[in-house]
Structures are given as structure tokens and as C-alpha cells.
Write a protein that binds this ligand. Structure first.
Ligand code: FAD
Length: 420
């Protein structure tokens, strides 16, 4: 009989399985989909490497460093900060620490007033000194309230913080917990953002190396039998001494029969090809105006190789799940892109639209106190998922580590604070 059955090959499940296998347990992972990685995956379309939506990696995430060989991921650092687009106007906002060459453009950028630029520097200095994980504790409020208390103007919020952190937290209203804002700001300062050269899918592929993973097998029910649990699956029954449910939160709620889900934030992505880059800007482009587009990136400029020779790849992020058919959505987004690129936007060829109903879960102030733990009401069944920690790669991986630590009796891992 298996020691541990892990349900779901997202980052939480794979991290748990890897830790358990390293601890000598006989582990099998069952994954309903056709690839490992869950929300972190990549696919090839006409020679373009498309991630699931626009995702980036913060190499400073501590759980990433503990569980992955970052050198083998061949990370390509992304240019710091962003460029704010207001129609044809582009304002570069670089980080003087990691990108000194961007300093003159940043100082001249009108998207942020001089006072707001000083406030960013003061905020950075304040967040740099404490241990990063302690930023997840302390007072909580919305990110907007926190930023206003720091003296930031409404223009700074609209031109920079809403679109930039809208891309991170998948909502533009800055209603996410300020603790998380401070932690992510610090992660960006500590390690910037990067992408694996061959796609985000390289992350789960590395985690899955050497593990027994069965793809295309959905677990439909878990039946505790005392000393072991029987999993009913699309490929028959499997018994295991312990089970770790590492599905997405809505899936976990269905399997566990308890309310572990905390809602869903959806997002939508439009992928475009063109034979020339319409923008010479390799930075993340932020929409500093009203519109469907929150942010966009010429990925092939930042990571050559994501597009075939002589081609370019643009990924556009639209927050939420607009109630528009593909053609209408494409037309609206093209209309907004034409404000940036004029008639040249006609050269864009659609590679597809991806709608992701559960990309993250909402994390308002105080959210952490409401999250479920690893124990479930089913004996012998543990939960591992971003939902026990925070929505993101760090949260998913540290959750997998903790669930494995419970079964391995690993006190060091168990006593590690969130975010550390
Ligand atoms: C578009 C997008 C952008 C993001 N951007 C970032 C970012 O920039 N930085 C960041 O840190 N995080 C980001 N995230 C969030 C991050 O990807 C997730 O928090 C993390 O991947 C969640 O991992 P998980 O293992 O908890 O869940 P999942 O990735 O959802 O994995 C769950 C797995 O369980 C499988 N499964 C479900 N039900 C069953 C079943 N019954 N039987 C078998 N298998 C099942 C699913 O198929 C899936 O593979 C983003 C997510 C998305 C979608």
C-alpha cells in the first residue's frame, strides 16, 4: 500500500510529494489534467511559448530557493518596475538600485510627482530592513489605505499602484491586505522578477522529476477506512495510509466536504503575434488610464526565444472575466491598443484568449486569520494548497512543505513562519 497519495500536481502537491519522497515515503501523485503544474504551466502555440496567463516568478521567494535548483531554471531577469502608458505617452519608472540607467527617465516621468517618487524611495527604505516574513504580521488594512497613509497622491495610485499591483493581486482596487502588499514589494526589492527562459512550466517540471505522477486521473471521492483511506478515481480505487488533498481551493472544498474555499478571482489573457515589436519597451506596460487592459508585456522582448525567429509575442492582461464573447473582447482590446500603437496595432494577429476562473483567491485585510489549516474533518487526510497560506507560488510551495512536515514530523519546517 502507498504511504501517501497526493491529489493534484500543482506546486503545493508536487512540493509535498517531493519532500515526502526525500523523506523515504512511497508517494504517488494523481493529477486530473494532462500536465503537471496546475495554474503554473506553459504550452506551445505555433512556435510561441505561452504561459497560463501572464505570470512572473519572484526569485526571492524563500520556498522557491529551498525546493528548486534556480540555476537549472535558466531564469531571465525582467527589467525593473514598469512603463506607464497613457495613450501614446510612455513614462518609464525604473528602480535606481537595480537599474541605474533608468534613473534619468524615472526622474523625468510625469506619471509620478517628485513627491511621490520620494515617497516610493522612503517606503522602500522602510521595508528593506525587517526580516521579510515579519511584513506579513502587524497591522492590517487595505493597500489603498496604507498607501494613502504614506502620503501617496491619487495620481500615484491610479497611474502606478493600481495597474502594477492589479497585475500581482488580480484586482485593481487596491483592496488587498497591506501586509501582502508590503511582503511582495519586499520580494521585488530582494530579487526582482524573472521568467524561466523556456516557460513557467519548467518550475513544476523540475519539481516532478523522479516522482511517480499519474496524469489524467481525477479523484472523485475519499473514503476514510480507519487505518487507511480509499480514493475513488476515474482510473479505479487506490488505497493509501495518508492522503494529501492539493487541488485548487474549489476542488478541495468538493473533495473534503467542507468550506475551505475563500472565493475566486478570475483573469483573462489575450495573446498576440506580430512580425515586428510595436513597442521598444521591454518593461511591463501599465495602463495608466481607464480601460479593459490592466497591463501588457512584449514577452519576446524581455525573453527572446518565447517567439519564433522574426516574430514577437504580446500578452495582454484583462482583470476579471468580462462578459464578452471572444470577438467582442478582442475588438475592445484592439481598440485600446490602437490608442498606444495607432494603425500599427492592425498588424497584431490573435493567438488566442485564455479565461482563468480561479487564478487566485481574494485576500482582503485580515484574510490570514480566516484561512483553513492543514487538518481536515476526514481522518488521515491533510490539505496542502495556497489556501492555507497566501495566494501565490510562495504560499503554494510552503503549504506543500508544511503538509509533508506534518507526516514526517519535521519540526524545523513546522515551526517556520509564513513567508519565511
Ligand atoms: C494567471 C495567473 C497569474 C498568476 N500570477 C502569479 C504570480 O505572478 N506570482 C505568484 O506567486 N503567483 C501567481 N499566481 C498564483 C499561483 O500560480 C498559484 O497560487 C499556485 O500555482 C497555486 O498552486 P496550488 O498547487 O495551490 O494549486 P493549483 O495550481 O490550482 O493546482 C491544483 C491541481 O490539482 C488538480 N486537481 C484539481 N482537482 C483534482 C482532482 N479531483 N483530482 C486530481 N487532480 C485535481 C488540478 O488539475 C491542478 O493541477 C498566478 C496564477 C494565475 C492563474
Amino acid at each position: 500500500m502507498l504511504d501517501v497519495l497526493v491529489v493534484g500536481a500543482g506546486l503545493a502537491g508536487l512540493t509535498a510529494a517531493r519532500r515526502l519522497a526525500q523523506g523515504g515515503r512511497r508517494v504517488r501523485v494523481l493529477e486530473a489534467g494532462e500536465t503537471v503544474g496546475g495554474r503554473v504551466r506553459s504550452r506551445e502555440v505555433e512556435g510561441f511559448t505561452l504561459d497560463a496567463g501572464y505570470q512572473v516568478l519572484f526569485p526571492a521567494y524563500p520556498a522557491l530557493r529551498r525546493n528548486l535548483d534556480l540555476a537549472a531554471l535558466d531564469l531571465v531577469p525582467l527589467p525593473s518596475a514598469a512603463a506607464v502608458r497613457r495613450g501614446k505617452r510612455v513614462d518609464v519608472l525604473g528602480s535606481p538600485l537595480s537599474d541605474p540607467a533608468s534613473l534619468p527617465a524615472t526622474l523625468g516621468a510625469s506619471a509620478l510627482s517628485f513627491g511621490d517618487k520620494l515617497r516610493v524611495a522612503r517606503l522602500a527604505a522602510r521595508l528593506l530592513s525587517p526580516p521579510a516574513h515579519t511584513l506579513l504580521a502587524g497591522e492590517d488594512e487595505t493597500t489603498e489605505d496604507f498607501l494613502r497613509a504614506q502620503g501617496f497622491s491619487g495620481a500615484a495610485l491610479d497611474h502606478f499602484f493600481r495597474p502594477f499591483f492589479g497585475g500581482v493581486f488580480l484586482r485593481r482596487d487596491l483592496s488587498t491586505s497591506a501586509r501582502l502588499f508590503r511582503y511582495y514589494f519586499r520580494m521585488l526589492m530582494d530579487g526582482g522578477a524573472a521568467l524561466p527562459r523556456r516557460g513557467m512550466g519548467e518550475i513544476p517540471a523540475q519539481l516532478a522529476q523522479g516522482l511517480e505522477v499519474r496524469l489524467g486521473v481525477r479523484v472523485t471521492r475519499l473514503l476514510p477506512r480507519g487505518e487507511y483511506t480509499t480514493a475513488l478515481t476515474s482510473a479505479g480505487e487506490i488505497d493509501a495510509r495518508q492522503v494529501i488533498v492539493a487541488t485548487d481551493p474549489p476542488g478541495a472544498a468538493a473533495l473534503l466536504g467542507e468550506d475551505v474555499s475563500r472565493g475566486s478571482l478570475g483573469s483573462t489573457y489575450l495573446y498576440y503575434a506580430s512580425s515586428r515589436a510595436l513597442d521598444d519597451q521591454p518593461r511591463l506596460l501599465l495602463n495608466g488610464e481607464e480601460g479593459l487592459i490592466n497591463n501588457a508585456a512584449w514577452l519576446s522582448r524581455a525573453v527572446p526565444g518565447r517567439a519564433p525567429q522574426g516574430q514577437h509575442l504580446l500578452v495582454v492582461t484583462v482583470l476579471g472575466l468580462p462578459d464578452l464573447g471572444d470577438d467582442a473582447l478582442d475588438a475592445r482590446v484592439r481598440g485600446e491598443l490602437s490608442r498606444w500603437y495607432g494603425d500599427a496595432s492592425r498588424e497584431l494577429r490573435s493567438l488566442g484568449i485564455e479565461r482563468i476562473p480561479h487564478a487566485q483567491f481574494p485576500q482582503p485585510p485580515g484574510y490570514a486569520a480566516t484561512l483553513p489549516g492543514h487538518a481536515t474533518r476526514l481522518p488521515g487526510v491533510l490539505l496542502a494548497s495556497e489556501i492555507t497560506s497566501m495566494s501565490g507560488i510562495q504560499g503554494a510551495m510552503e503549504s506543500g512543505e508544511k503538509a509533508a512536515a506534518i507526516l514526517l514530523g519535521d519540526l524545523v519546517a513546522l515551526s517556520r513562519p509564513r513567508g519565511a
